[in-house]
Design a protein around this ligand. Structure first.
Ligand code: 0GY
Length: 290
């Protein structure tokens, strides 16, 4: 791993909050192990290995039942570690892959059979080289035929420029980490308002209300400044929000999050049993398992 890379928490606390039976961790990754699944040559960082067995153990420990495993940029378009984890999960995991424009229908079908239900388009400059928009559109048209959706990762300052592109996509669009708002600006700032407006006007757009550990300036264990952002989206769009741990938390620079603390954020952003059921069960089951 990179010299300054912070590995995931070795012994997270047991959360006080108990997720309802059947809860889905809808954003997490597997990394390697590199000896079996080497990292991509074009990667921008080299993480600490984070295996499927460690992910499934954490799932059980935190009280979750299922995972949505998202292909991370350190594995590029080589989805072998993802597929290996999906197959080992016995139906309890679904995946989001990264593919190139030359992917064939047969190759997509193999991914589908393993449990992949979408692709990820990444716009975060520190993580990937730029992909032309027309390449993404071509991939979107191919994967739409399988009933898949698209996960997008961008930062708040990029949204205005991305809007026409996002509105052109033919599938459900799941935005990672609420479009990475600058929480110091507050929920009423035009940048976050732009994201709220996008969700209000384009009902294809969903959001992961994730990553207090990345977005909060106040930091652990309470991440108070993150709460109003996630709460607002859960309140306004209860049927289009997802929650996930983001384990194993690549590229953290400020601290190593305690996954137990992250789970304890859930009742603060979704206080009622009905909201929690939608966030943790009904929404991810509809999108990934139906
Ligand atoms: C995340 C966030 C990050 C990394 C990746 O694919 C990735 O490498 O998504 C990040 O560095 O912000 O969701 O894991």
């Amino acid at each position: 791993m990179d010299a300054n890379y912070m590995p995931f928490h070795p012994n997270p606390s047991k959360p006080a909050y108990v997720p309802p039976p059947g809860a889905v961790d809808a954003h997490c990754h597997v990394f390697g192990p590199a000896a079996e699944f080497p990292y991509a040559p074009e990667r921008k960082y080299t993480p600490c290995d984070a295996s499927k067995a460690q992910l499934f153990a954490l799932r059980d420990y935190l009280g979750f039942s299922r995972n949505v495993i998202v292909q991370a940029t350190c594995h590029g378009k080589d989805n072998r570690a993802l597929v290996d984890a999906l197959k080992a999960a016995n139906g309890l995991a679904r995946g989001i892959a990264t593919v190139g424009p030359d992917i064939t229908h047969d190759e997509l079908q193999v991914l589908h059979d393993a449990g992949v239900r979408g692709v990820r388009f990444n716009f975060v400059k520190r993580l990937v080289d730029k992909t032309p928009r027309e390449v993404f559109i071509g991939i979107a048209e191919k994967i739409a035929k399988l009933g898949w959706h698209i996960v997008v990762y961008f930062e708040a300052h990029e949204l205005e420029e991305l809007l026409p592109f996002l509105n052109q996509l033919p599938t459900i669009i799941v935005v990672d980490h609420m479009g990475r708002p600058d929480v110091g600006k507050g929920v009423d700032h035009p940048d976050f308002q732009r994201f709220v407006n996008l969700m209000a006007t384009n009902t294809n757009v969903w959001s992961k209300v994730t990553c207090p550990e990345r977005l909060s300036e106040q930091g652990p264990p309470n991440y108070d400044d993150f709460v109003p952002f996630a709460r607002k989206l859960v309140q306004l769009f209860p049927d289009r929000v997802l929650w996930g741990t983001d384990w194993p938390h690549p590229n953290m620079t400020t601290h190593v999050p305690d996954d137990g603390n992250l789970v304890d954020m859930i009742p603060r952003i979704a206080p009622s049993a009905e909201e929690q059921h939608k966030l943790l069960i009904a929404n991810p089951m509809r999108l990934y398992w139906d």
